[in-house]
Design a protein around this ligand. Sequence first.
Ligand code: TYD
Length: 206
Amino acid sequence: MKKQGLFITLEGPDGGGKTTQAQQLARWFRLYGREVLITREPGGTPTAENIRELVLDPALDLSAETETLLQLAARADHVAQAIRPALEAGQVVLCDRFSDSTLVYQGILRNMDLAQLRKLNDFATRGLRPDVTLLLDGDPRELVKRREDRGTVDKFELQGLEFQDRIRGGYLQLAQEEPDRILVVDALREPEVVTEEIIRKLEKWV
Ligand code: TYD
């Protein structure tokens, strides 16, 4: 029987360990013989990585509309060229950020209409939505320590704790609206403990 693809996205404020958890999950799925694609947004294809350079460039002053459309253009290419083909081949796709990032960073933070953004997301992805989304959640004051350790700071991370609080609140709002898809995971524990909890929570989808 052909293996079914599984589309998992990882979301949350900066510094919640999305990359580490994606790598651990990939290892776990591979142990069970699954092929895994780990990817990220904005990015994941040559075109989308080019758009990433633009959209994350702190020197550019992008309007909310421009920023949104660039994120969506990157997503459209990423889905068409990488994610959908992998799912059709039966792979597990682990994507670091996806449509929910647009709802939070452009929608909630930049006051864009969420219903309209959801439609635009569906347009960009031709209706592809994650099977399950892991929201790696934690108090930004604690998460900021990880960002400092990591030593990478991007345009959005430069904007301070109040901003990070709004990001967290935005994600929790989305999780409340879609509790069946968005699973909230406490990201402040040791990475191994977080991975174990995620694996337990994913049992239903595996
Ligand atoms: P990235 O450098 O990948 O860092 P991290 O995921 O560790 O925070 O950050 C990408 C940034 O792009 C992040 O700050 C959120 C932002 N973003 C949006 O604003 N909209 C989107 O649709 C996506 C996918 C990302």
